[in-house]
Design a protein around this ligand. Structure first.
Ligand code: FEO
Ligand code: CA
Ligand code: CA
Length: 653
């Protein structure tokens, strides 16, 4: 990869230093190959890192070493059906699928026989993005409101009798309603207990948003899709605004749309968003069986119906966690795609900048820049009641990563000659096509994006892409077959988040350092990992990385040394990466939020026990995992867990 000396030295001196010190690719890869093999094979992980000059990062050799960003004993790769955290830490289950939002009732029935009505007052499935908000008048380190996304349902584990009755019988209305109620988000109040653990409280803030909750639509798309819709769903990762609202991001909405109309073929625009007649389907006995079939009871999910709701999903939705009466709002100016997270920061002049990834191979990275700066006194311009305010009025861009280490933000508006015939509404609804026409760079499945609070540097995880086929070492997506994913980093020019160009580098390649193949060899300075997904900085500057190796690859050849999905701490300056937590069998680790004092971390365990083919066994629900409730628990359950230190000090320090 060729570094652009002029640009990075003039505008990003610190970035240049980082590259010089730690990311000169030739020597960097060499050092890591010599050290990280041991990190994979030996349980004493993390101590193999040697690029700062200290043999043991926990005990720097002299006072001139830079201060270590994190201090914990890394955990080994795991194939256990358990959450494993470092010595001196504890992980406790807080809020599982089926737990009541008021902490009291309706109780979860372990045979999954809770009704749709019960499910509307219980945690949904597929816990993903999460944020913790302070409540005025309460110590935010002791008590607060937690928003949790429920991304999708395992349609077999959700019901006592799995997928019965099988097609051609229709999906019963009660099952459709329970599935819809298990999507969306939870808002719950939680508090620390005298013994240090946390619990869900009976609270005026407790509520569920589901696929049937009335939601307002705002921004340029209204011209095409109207101003209201029922539901937010497939809520993947999240974000938070400076004014205290939650941003929940709609991702794989295509899975619940479909049709039984014979001969139906999606049109070009539907195809670009992955909409098909079958929707998401399980492969059972060689047959594709549509998992959701909501359209059989709810015509708005039927793709053959004119003006169906497909164009009304795929947005970032703003929610007020402290106002249960406030209707959430879809902010269409932020584009429509398979949104991962929404990382909010401010430009130098105070304009609001939102970074976003579109999670599909060869889709794009986006950013939105508001027209006006954030002014805490101008209350009309922000919050869920605002129309035409900061998140409705601005410019959407998509990223172009050139091979010289420089990138450009291409404008998605009718002002761009490539989009001169497009309306703002069309760009908001068909953002993918607009970004293609504008020349954005297809990426290796953009997942989370995180901004370093100390430097403003931006990090984006690119989880994998098996279809690129051509290696290009100078590219931001350098691998031909990127099974293991990578993380790219960039500084905006002039360190201004609203800049129109930037300087990028690859931060780290996922993979096994012991493998010779360029497509598979990772270069983590420390512990090996693959398929980075969740990325979040804490206020101390640790970059937390969460992985999502697909169930079909977990512990399979080429992935066996990596074990179950995990969470790692990374130092953005030195590049050191150390494994902090490993999850139970078949799960993904996702979502990450902390109390302000960083003594409590909340993360999510999604789809524990998901089998390789994603088809769970309704007759033997604990076949692949018994987490978190053990052998008598009935079935594995996605859950929010609390991670804290036994000595009560900040996580990672
Ligand atoms: Fe919801 Fe891209 O993970
Ligand atoms: Ca994800
Ligand atoms: Ca993922």
């Amino acid at each position: 990869m060729v570094r652009n000396e002029k640009n990075s030295q003039q505008t990003n001196p610190r970035f240049s230093e980082i590259i010089q010190d730690a990311l000169d690719r030739r020597s960097f890869v060499h050092v890591v190959l010599a050290t990280a093999c041991g990190a994979v094979l030996l349980p004493q992980t993390g101590t193999a890192f040697a690029t700062t000059g200290s043999r043991d990062p926990l005990h720097p050799a002299d006072g001139h070493e830079r201060t270590q960003l994190f201090h914990f004993h890394g955990v080994p790769a795991s194939q256990r059906d358990a959450v494993v955290v470092p010595e001196g830490y504890v992980a406790e289950v807080l809020y599982r699928w089926g737990d009541p939002i008021n902490g009291i009732e309706p109780r979860f029935l372990s045979d999954a026989s809770n009704s749709a009505a019960d499910q509307e007052r219980q945690a949904g499935m597929g816990h993903d993005g999460i944020e913790f908000f302070a409540i005025p008048g309460h110590d935010p380190n002791e008590r607060g409101v937690m928003c949790v996304n429920h991304e999708y349902t395992d349609q077999i584990l959700l019901f006592a009798d799995g997928l019965e009755p099988m097609p051609p019988a229709k999906m019963p209305l009660e099952k459709v309603r329970k599935s819809q109620a298990s999507h969306g988000i939870s808002i719950v109040e939680i508090a620390r207990q005298p013994d240090g653990s946390w619990k869900v409280l009976d609270s005026k803030f407790a509520r569920r948003l589901t696929a049937n909750t009335p939601i307002r639509i705002s921004g340029p798309a209204c011209e095409l899709i109207g101003t209201e819709v029922r539901g937010t769903m497939n809520n993947c990762a999240a974000g938070r605004t400076p004014w205290g609202t939650y941003l929940t991001c709609e991702e794989n909405f295509q899975g619940v749309f479909g049709t039984d109309q014979p001969g139906f073929e999606p049109n070009e625009r539907q195809r670009r968003y992955g909409l098909t007649a079958a929707g998401y389907a399980y492969k059972i006995d060689g047959q594709n069986v549509s998992a959701y079939r909501w359209w059989q009871q709810d015509r708005r999910f039927d793709l053959s119906v004119p003006n169906n709701d497909a164009d009304r999903f795929g947005y970032v939705v703003e929610v007020d966690p402290l106002d249960p009466q406030a209707m959430p709002v879809k902010r269409t100016a932020l584009g429509r795609f398979r949104h991962e997270n929404a990382e909010v920061t401010l430009a130098r002049d105070g304009r609001v900048v939102v970074y976003m990834g579109d999670d599909q191979p060869d889709e794009f990275i986006y950013k939105f820049v508001s027209r006006m700066p954030y002014d805490p006194n101008n209350k009309e311009s922000f919050g869920v009641q605002a129309t035409g305010g900061l998140l409705d009025d601005g410019t959407l861009y998509a990223a172009r990563f050139d091979n010289d280490g420089v990138g450009h933000w291409v404008e998605l508006s009718p002002q761009n000659p490539a989009l001169a015939t497009w309306t703002a509404a069309e760009i908001a609804v068909y953002s993918r096509d607009a970004a293609t026409l504008a020349g954005a760079t297809p990426m290796d499945r953009p997942e989370w994006i995180a901004v370093d609070p100390k430097t403003g540097e931006v990090f984006a995880s690119l989880t994998n892409n098996k279809g690129r086929k051509v290696a290009d070492p100078a590219s931001a997506n350098p691998r031909a077959n990127n099974f293991y994913g990578h993380i790219v980093r960039w500084f905006e020019d002039d360190r201004d988040a609203a800049a129109l160009s930037f300087s990028w580098k690859v931060f780290v390649l996922g993979g096994n350092p012991a493998l010779a193949d360029d497509d598979k060899r990772g270069n983590s300075a420390g512990d090996a990992f693959a398929c980075p997904d969740g990325l979040k900085f804490d206020s101390s500057g640790i970059l937390w990385i969460q992985t999502d190796i697909s169930s079909s690859l977990l512990n399979q050849p080429g992935f066996e040394e990596l074990g179950n999905n995990m969470m790692l701490a990374a130092d953005p300056q030195t590049g050191e990466i150390r494994r902090f937590l490993t999850g139970p069998l078949g799960c993904e680790i996702t979502g990450n939020t902390m109390t302000p004092d960083r003594t409590t971390m909340f993360i999510n365990i999604q789809h524990p026990g998901e089998p390789a083919d994603e088809v769970s066994d309704s007759l033997n629900p604990t076949k692949y995992s018994q987490w978190p409730d053990g052998p008598d628990g009935g079935r594995p359950r996605a859950a929010t867990i609390v991670v804290r230190r036994l000595d009560g000090k900040p996580i990672g320090q």
